[in-house]
Design a protein around this ligand. Structure first.
Ligand code: ADP
Length: 271
């Protein structure tokens, strides 16, 4: 516990009376620490590509000034670093936008079928690059209460992770099913829940890491995440979108076999 002590003094008719108030500020201190850590981590993540960029600019202005071959190679690297910074800033903005509205719950109906078909079609080039296949199965009407843009972002982040951390030439399955009973972790929806299961056949995640995966910038293998263009914010964004939708998230993983991420959302209608 962290306790803040506030001492008040008041004068009563029969003399001075001291009132001692104790406040448990553990949660407040923890939130403040999280904020401080976040600013430090975000600054570090931005500084790394920036330092690389500045280094290459200096080399291009100095020792490599008249070397066209070096120019082409360095510009390529610089473009990669600038793109990394752009992705990071995009994700930071998304996170802050979603966090700002986390307590405004969506009220519109979104049909997951056409939405997921669009998302999967958009990720086909990325799947082709890894020679992987995405298999989409939708059972029933699959209409949820949600915000379409955020559900696109949520499913995109999870399918991209399944492609990145799945086997090369592997299979990613996206399966949407109705669940008559919602998991206890979400407020009971009027018409039950709809589950989106996104599974891959990659290396899996050791159990000890599972509870921390949705923390900002938490990565199991930082080098692997960075080499795949990861910002470390994908699952944090997913978690906030799910909170806003009053849904729930479960990650199951078997080391050496693969990972399944289950998202539960409130159904918009009875089955
Ligand atoms: P990143 O941009 O690093 O992918 P995320 O927030 O999306 O960030 O994920 C956090 C970490 O969780 C990743 O760095 C990776 O270590 C792990 N992870 C996420 N999805 C998977 C998956 N499908 N298989 C294995 N590891 C995963």
């Amino acid at each position: 516990f962290t306790v803040a002590v506030q001492r008040l003094q008041s004068v009563a008719p029969d003399g001075t009376c001291a009132v001692l108030t104790l406040h448990d500020v553990t949660a407040l201190r923890r939130a403040e620490q999280t904020r401080v850590d976040f600013v430090a981590n975000a600054s570090h993540e931005i500084r790394t590509p920036l330092t690389t960029l500045l280094g290459f600019i200096e080399t291009l202005q100095g020792p490599a000034k008249d070397d066209p071959q070096a120019h082409a190679m360095f510009l390529d690297i610089m473009q990669g670093e600038a793109q990394r910074m752009a992705r990071l800033v995009e994700d930071l903005l998304s996170l802050s936008r979603i966090e700002q509205h986390e307590h405004e719950h969506p009220t519109t109906r979104v049909a997951l079928g056409p939405l997921l078909e669009r998302v999967v079609a958009g990720l086909q080039p990325q799947a082709d690059q890894r020679r992987s296949t995405i298999k989409l199965t939708i059972e029933g009407a699959a209409t949820v209460i949600g915000t379409a843009d955020e559900l696109v972002q949520l499913t995109q982040n999870l399918i991209v992770n399944a492609l990145k951390y799945g086997k090369e030439g592997g299979l990613v399955t996206v399966t949407v099913t109705r669940k008559p009973a919602a998991p206890p972790a979400m407020p009971p929806p009027a018409f039950g829940a709809i589950a989106i299961a996104i599974c891959d056949d990659g290396e899996g995640i050791p159990r000890a890491h599972l509870p921390r995966l949705t923390e900002r910038f938490y990565r199991v293998d930082p080098a692997r995440s960075k080499s795949q263009g990861g910002t470390g914010l994908g699952l944090a964004i997913v978690k906030h979108i799910i909170n806003r939708h009053r849904g729930s998230l479960r990650i199951e993983s078997d080391v050496g076999k693969g990972t399944c991420v289950y998202t539960y959302l409130p159904a918009a209608e009875r089955d």
